[in-house]
Design a protein around this ligand. Structure first.
Ligand SMILES: Nc1ncnc2c1ncn2[C@@H]1O[C@H](COP(=O)(O)OP(=O)(O)OP(=O)(O)O)[C@@H](O)[C@H]1O
Ligand SMILES: [Mg+2]
Length: 343
């Protein structure tokens, strides 16, 4: 274990350096002081194996209280699924326990992760369709590494998959249906640090359910003039959900995607977005247009895992770092955008 990892795990446990030193001394019968913890974290002293082992055990015993982040926009093809997959992966790579919930009946994320086995998942009643339409506990349908029925599943996070049958929700009238996902997730919140929800490209029942279940929402927007005009629509829905169903929902930000730093129109679109959002909604550091995403998708992989140094994935990693540490999310820097340096 290196110092950076130690700091991540300590932050995950929400402990100060002094708290951590107390816990370690208690468990190991030592008398470390907090400066020792600081030296370990700064890489100035190697971390003893028993300290690393104890810290890892503390993290796996720790009851979690997952924060759910929904990725939503009624516009199709803006990068919702790409963002959900890459953020889930980046958070998991930081040692966090992550669940990806696919709420899109198109099941793009599910197919990306399970390939041809996504049909098996449906046949075995292991998708969100059974959870939402038949009230099955979500814990019964989650697929993770080491699942007996899906030995080939290799993503570093767990999946609650989708299927086209989930589209039946739009015909359903049921008391309190909008809170069905929030209710389902209650049972697993203590198991995960982060729950990432991929929403479908419309403002129907499933998107409302997803917004109702989340603490934060990220709105990916392609850096195309017509696409940014649609942001008002999703913001209107978010506003209604905040008023009527989920006052705790926070707008993490609008995430420009497929950004091309060499195109002045892309730079103008981002600058326009920042202006239009008028400080009410943060405009996050753009994800650049990169062939790495399509390439990964065609190979049934996730870009951040397959090509960790590709230009496009950097913004996802920085976003995940900030989400994990509670730091302010990286914002689009329009002065740099205007100077053609990208953000
Ligand atoms: N930053 C990017 N650079 C290049 N291509 C991208 C980028 N982000 C996403 N793509 C590609 O754009 C397409 C649409 O992306 P994605 O499926 O994530 O969008 P979506 O909003 O989930 O779509 P839908 O509304 O259909 O669910 C995919 O082929 C994906 O590989
Ligand atoms: Mg999608």
């Amino acid at each position: 274990m290196d110092g950076e990892r130690m700091r991540e795990l300590r932050q995950q446990l929400r402990l100060s350096q002094a708290d951590l030193k107390d816990r370690l001394n208690e468990r190991l019968g030592r008398s470390y002081d907090k400066h020792k913890v600081s030296r370990w974290e700064n890489g100035r002293e190697p971390i003893p194996d028993d300290v690393a082992g104890t810290l890892t055990a503390m993290v796996s015993d720790h009851p979690r209280d997952a924060r759910a982040i929904v990725v939503a926009n009624q516009k199709g093809g803006v990068g919702k699924t790409t963002s959900a997959l890459n953020l889930a992966c980046a958070l998991a790579q930081k040692g966090r326990r992550v669940l990806l919930v696919d709420m899109d009946p198109q099941a793009t994320a599910t197919v990306a992760l399970l390939a041809e086995h996504h049909v098996t998942a449906y046949k075995m009643d292991r998708t969100m369709a059974t959870v939402i339409l038949r009230d099955q506990p979500i814990a019964d349908i989650i697929i993770g590494q080491g699942s007996d029925d899906f030995p080939s599943y290799h993503a570093p996070f767990d999946l609650a998959g989708s299927h086209i049958a989930l589209s039946e929700t739009d015909q359903r009238r049921e008391a309190g249906f909008d809170v069905a996902l929030r209710e389902a997730l209650e049972a697993v919140r203590s198991v995960y640090d982060d729950i990432i929800i991929d929403a479908p490209p419309n403002l129907g029942t499933l998107t409302v359910m997803a917004l109702t279940a989340a603490q934060e929402v990220i709105i990916p927007v392609r850096t195309e003039p017509y696409d940014t005009m649609g942001v008002g629509l999703i913001l209107g829905t978010i506003n209604k959900v905040q008023r009527r169903l989920n006052p705790g929902l926070r707008l993490a930000g609008v995430l420009p995607t497929q950004f091309n730093r060499r195109k002045s129109v892309d730079q103008e679109v981002v600058a326009h977005l920042v202006q239009a959002m008028d400080d009410k909604v943060p405009v996050l550091e753009p994800v650049t247009n990169s062939a790495a995403f399509g390439h990964a998708a065609r190979n049934g992989r996730i870009a951040i895992e397959m090509t960790p140094t590709a230009s496009g994935v950097v913004a996802y990693r920085r976003l995940a770092d900030a989400l994990a540490s509670g730091a302010p999310l990286p914002r689009a820097d329009i002065s740099a955008v205007m100077m053609g340096e990208g953000a």
